[in-house]
Design a protein around this ligand. Structure first.
Ligand code: C5P
Length: 222
């Protein structure tokens, strides 16, 4: 473990997409690469934190030196997050699917003449909201992400209130930004008291800056 300001502090990071099965060979997913969550876990670990990294099937490898818990679905991610608690800070960078396929088939769906499969969806648990609204054992600092395409700060500010988390990292993933799946990010850190827009920078630098803020909050108590 690295020596640093977060030495001995236990933190949780979720990352990557989730895969929601349709049948044993097919699934619904999203374009999250896991790059930002991976960089955050790495940055926290570099400051000495003991990091539990709960990751969906990401396209980038997990960082070294963290406890990696691999999951596939949103339900599994929730279970892994609950099992990782208590932690002092939790960063929810995963792009969790909002829905899963209700009654996913246990056997491979077949092509049938003249028929197309009909998929029905059911809501997934909102992991960030659940942890934010815990009455006992809530992490002292809960951080969510808000990937928005329009009215980024307004929507993310509303999301912070709705979910009940402490901070929201808002990013503009609009068409043409190249942010989702890219190596750079342009974020606004929204807290109860202020909103701070950072210049566009590599995701690794966003992660370092965020990890420093987390360390300051844990050490100073704000
Ligand atoms: O509601 P929305 O998906 O825009 O919220 C994004 C934030 O909520 C992210 O921090 C994401 O990790 C978290 N989230 C979650 N569980 C869900 C959906 C989103 O933890 N089911």
């Amino acid at each position: 473990l690295a020596d640093g300001p977060l030495r001995g502090r236990r933190v949780l990071v979720t990352s990557g997409p989730t895969h929601e099965p349709i049948d044993p060979v097919r699934y619904i997913a999203n374009r999250s690469s896991g790059a930002q969550g991976t960089a955050i876990a790495h940055a926290l670990s570099a400051l000495g934190a003991e990091v539990v990294f709960v990751t969906g099937p990401a396209s980038v490898p997990p960082p070294e030196g963290v406890k990696v818990v691999r999951v596939e679905t949103a339900q599994e991610m929730l279970a892994a997050v609950e099992a990782a608690l208590p932690v002092e800070a939790a960063v929810f960078a995963a792009a969790v699917a909002d829905w899963h396929v209700a009654g996913a088939s246990q056997s491979k769906l077949k092509k049938t003449k003249g028929g197309l499969p009909k998929l029905e969806f059911a809501e997934n648990p909102d992991i960030l909201a659940r942890v934010s609204q815990m009455t006992a054992g809530r992490p002292g600092l809960v951080i969510g992400f808000a990937a928005e395409t329009d009215d980024v700060v307004e929507n993310a500010t509303a999301k912070r209130a709705r979910k009940g988390c402490d901070w929201i990292v808002a990013n503009d993933v609009g068409h043409g930004t190249g942010i989702m799946g890219g190596t750079e990010n342009a974020v606004t850190l929204i807290r109860a008291e202020d909103a701070e827009t950072w210049p566009r920078m590599p995701k690794v630098e966003v992660a370092q800056k965020l990890a420093e803020r987390i360390a300051k909050a844990l050490l100073d108590g704000h």
